[in-house]
Design a binder for this molecule. Structure first.
Ligand SMILES: *Cc1c(COP(=O)(O)O)cnc(C)c1O
Length: 376
């Protein structure tokens, strides 16, 4: 059986967890949390990183930091995971759905400006499959209308945006705030886990307080204040050292993990390009984006073709899966939507299928999957 996903363990996870346990400090914000945060800050140019228990949590922190009030509007793509929306809905926001591009599930920046109103507070681009949204265009819209940009970079670790001069910036380092996921389906994992990135200096101080239940505990432990108190809203957003120790083992192997994933991705792409199957479109990576090999997807021409492909592969014990139901057509969100048709989002809901993709997927198995696809 070839499953869709198989979480990869480097072998050092339990070693670091044991170390964390032996030091006797297993609550949050200890040695491993700091090691992970420092790594991300140095490696990717993030101003301030705070590990969280999920990307959903990190997005909730973003919504609090952005001071989203009832009635405020937040522009998000419809083709995304529900957390992108729910974090803002919980603060009372109205989410305004934007369509995807025709050939790329990311938010179509050409459709954003007409959705901006005096109530718009933020744009939340989602880097689908770890492929960059058009961040130059999004940041200039945000500048023009004085909006915040919150990157949902859940899938985008170790991926970059390349501007016209060839300058590379890590996804997650461009918006005012960003959120990453280390859920077991992502490139590097902690079971459940995530990270808030604060790039705008204005939010650094408050982020640390919200992270620790609205206390100034972090400042207290650094000796910056002589007592700590209840100073703001917040929640318990920080993970235990057990999670951070697990994540550290993954971070140590990030180069190897990324090389292997890229090799799998390239094999899928090169072989499918040669096969030239008329009913199948391959992922499009725009010139301003790099590829972090988060997933490999195909786009069929309609839902029947996709069902046929999925069933055909399942008969061969290969397990591909489709992805998001457009938020604007979903039970919870359809009455919150203004009724605009979002045809490209619906197309990806109906026609996109993700092939098995994980570190331990053997190239022989990739070839077997490709053979099965070619028989269709
Ligand atoms: C995985 C994912 C999330 C949620 O991440 P969690 O860590 O599970 O909360 C949010 N947005 C996108 C785009 C995702 O892929």
């Amino acid at each position: 059986m070839i499953p869709f996903n198989k979480p990869y363990l480097t072998g050092q996870e339990t070693h670091y967890i044991e170390d964390a346990v032996k030091t006797g400090k297993i609550s949050g914000n200890g040695k491993y949390t700091k090691m992970c945060q420092d790594f991300f800050e140095q490696q990717y140019g993030f101003k301030k990183c705070l590990l969280t228990t999920s990307c959903t949590d990190a997005l909730e922190m973003c919504a609090i930091l952005a001071d989203i009030q009832p009635g405020d509007e937040v522009i998000i793509p419809s083709y995304t995971f529900v957390s992108t929306a729910i974090a803002f809905i919980r603060q009372g926001a109205k989410v305004v759905f934007a369509d995807s591009y025709y050939d790329n599930p990311n938010i179509d920046v050409g459709k954003i400006e007409s959705l901006i109103t005096p109530k718009t507070k933020a744009i939340v681009p989602v880097h689908y499959a770890g492929v960059a949204c058009d961040m130059d265009a999004i940041m200039s819209l945000a500048n023009k209308y004085n909006l915040l940009v919150i990157e949902d970079a859940a899938q985008a670790i170790d991926s970059f945006h390349v501007n016209k001069d060839g300058k590379k910036r890590a996804l997650g380092s461009i918006g005012h705030l960003s959120a990453f996921s280390f859920h077991e389906t992502k490139n590097i994992i902690a079971g459940e886990g995530g990270m808030l990135v604060v790039n705008d200096e204005r939010f650094v101080h408050r982020a640390e307080i919200i992270w620790e239940k609205g206390t100034n505990r972090a400042e207290f432990f650094r000796g910056e204040v002589n007592k700590y108190g209840w100073v703001d809203t917040g929640s318990s957003f920080l993970p235990s050292e057990v999670i951070a120790a697990f994540l550290w083992a993954q971070i140590e192997n990030i180069k190897d993990i990324q090389n292997k994933r890229n090799e799998i991705w390239d094999t899928y792409y090169d072989e499918l390009s040669k096969l030239k199957i008329p009913s199948i479109s391959l992922p499009v990576i725009p010139s301003y984006a790099t590829n972090n090999a988060h997933m490999f997807y195909l786009v069929l021409q309609n839902i029947d073709q996709r069902t046929k492909l999925i069933n055909h592969l399942k008969n061969k014990d290969i397990h591909p899966v489709f992805h998001y139901l457009s938020l604007h057509s979903s039970e919870f969100y359809k009455n919150k939507h203004d009724g605009r048709a979002l045809a490209n989002s619906d197309k990806f809901s109906n026609c996109l299928v993700r092939l098995p993709f994980y570190y331990e997927l053997d190239i022989v198995e990739v070839k077997q999957i490709l053979n099965s696809i070619s028989e269709l």
